[in-house]
Design a protein around this ligand. Structure first.
Ligand code: FE
Length: 441
């Protein structure tokens, strides 16, 4: 009888797939998050499968479940055993200034010694220094730099990023940067979603007529960017010393009329009303939000605007102030996390961002994971493709060398990534790295 049963079992034909990932101590699916960004208590429900596994074919996830069920139904030549490890969706970084030239380590020292961001800007430093260097840089140099940065991001588990222009501030240079972003998306395994941020700073040649620069952004840059299909989103730096509420609104309305989706750098250094503006113009997200008012948070909740919090940027500003994430989550504002990778906040690593979010904004590890995956995917319009491990989605999967999700935020300062699978392909493998340690005793 037993033998007959065994025979029957053997006869069941297993479907051949390209890759199996099995035996995960915890497999974090974030199932159900594709419909809309997660809010409140939902941000803690990660859809964890113990002893979980998944099957991948043609770059897509074809099954997710218990390892015993997966291995009964599927076979593959490539099998990753994640025994004792955590498997989850690749991180999505929804806010980066990926393409620039040069660096600003001298200003970092000034900041350590007490200079403020605006004081540095006043002496021709900050964004304007990077603008000068980026204007001088050729396309190849910018592509090379962006490519290396994406490598570092991928090594740290990020499989989809948003990238903003904004260090050109002329028609020619903004188009150059967006062209570089397009090229990077074609060349690199990481998917890159482009955002036009012509209204990042008033360039020196418009110092005495900022309105003239806004006219250029609205009348010339946005129509060209939209016509060439070089950006999915338009962002604006709404801040004292950058663009006023009214100027920001003009830029955003013009972009919306050209079919671009909207984002706002809001309330980073002062309570200007950027959160209310984002809600008023129907933006997908408002970002930074260190100084947002209660009314602004309420308005965001009402309109479903996602709060993109950037604790590494707050950390870099060294003021000790962080966005009030608990108030936002308590008010049912969906929260996402990003690096804000840029020359004054040089961080590629979403794991560190999550640790900062836990330590300084009191997100739980589960909330931080939701914020850096599915909610971040909603911020850049990719939640139907990435951000959770569900059948039909892209197989963007990371294996972390920790036994459970609570290690994210808890163990920090090292890279927890063991493997990265991007669109079904193993692109990072720590086991295959050349580092060899020798046991002496
Ligand atoms: Fe930014």
């Amino acid at each position: 009888m037993v033998a007959t049963r065994k025979k029957r079992k053997r006869r069941v034909k297993k479907e051949k797939v390209d890759l199996l990932i099995i035996n995960a101590n915890e497999l974090i699916t974030l199932k159900g998050g594709s419909e809309g960004p997660l809010t409140g208590r939902q941000m803690r429900s990660l859809g964890i499968i113990r002893k979980g596994g998944l099957a991948v074919k043609d770059g897509r996830i074809v099954a997710v479940g218990k390892t015993s069920d997966i291995t009964q139904e599927f076979r593959a030549e490539n099998v990753i055993s994640a025994s004792g490890k955590t498997v989850m969706p690749g991180f999505v970084d929804p806010h980066t200034h990926l393409v620039f030239a040069g660096s600003r380590e001298d200003e970092f020292q000034m900041r350590v010694e007490g200079a403020s961001y605006m004081e540095i800007l006043d002496v021709g430093g900050g964004i304007l220094k990077t603008v000068r260097e980026t204007r001088r840089a050729g396309v190849d140099r910018l592509v090379d730099f962006g490519f290396k940065t994406l490598d570092v991001m991928l090594e740290h588990g990020t499989t989809t990023v948003e990238a903003k222009s904004g260090y050109g501030l002329t028609v020619k240079d903004e188009l150059k940067i967006l062209g570089v972003i397009k090229r990077l998306n074609q060349l690199h395994a990481v998917d890159v979603v482009p955002t036009f941020l012509g209204a990042h700073a008033v360039p020196p040649e418009y110092r005495n007529s900022p309105q003239g620069y806004v006219n250029l952004v609205v009348g010339d840059m946005i129509p060209r960017v939209a016509a060439k299909g070089l950006a999915s989103f338009c962002d604006v730096f709404c801040e004292r010393g950058a663009f006023s509420l009214e100027q920001s609104r003009r830029v955003l309305v013009a972009a919306k009329n050209q079919g671009l989706k909207l984002k706002v750098h809001a309330d980073e250094m002062s309570m200007l009303g950027g959160a209310e503006l984002a809600a008023g113009v129907g933006a997908v997200s408002a970002e930074h939000l260190l100084f947002s008012s209660d009314a602004g948070i309420k308005a965001m909740a009402k309109k479903g605007v996602i709060a993109v919090l950037l604790p590494a940027a707050a950390f870099s500003l060294m003021t000790g102030r962080y966005a009030d994430a608990r108030k936002m989550i308590g008010s049912d504002v969906p929260v996402a996390l990003g690096t804000d990778f840029n020359p004054s906040c040089w961080v590629e690593n979403q794991q560190l961002v999550m640790a900062l979010a836990c330590h300084f904004m009191k997100l739980t590890p589960a909330e931080a994971i939701t914020a850096a995956t599915i909610n971040a995917a909603h911020v850049i319009g990719r939640a139907d493709e990435v951000g959770s491990l569900e059948v039909g989605k892209k197989a963007d999967v990371i294996v972390l060398d920790v036994p459970n999700h609570k290690f994210l935020g808890y163990r920090f300062g090292v890279n927890l990534v063991d493997k990265v699978v991007k669109s079904g392909r193993l692109v990072v493998d720590k086991e295959a790295s050349t580092i060899k340690t020798v046991r002496l005793f």
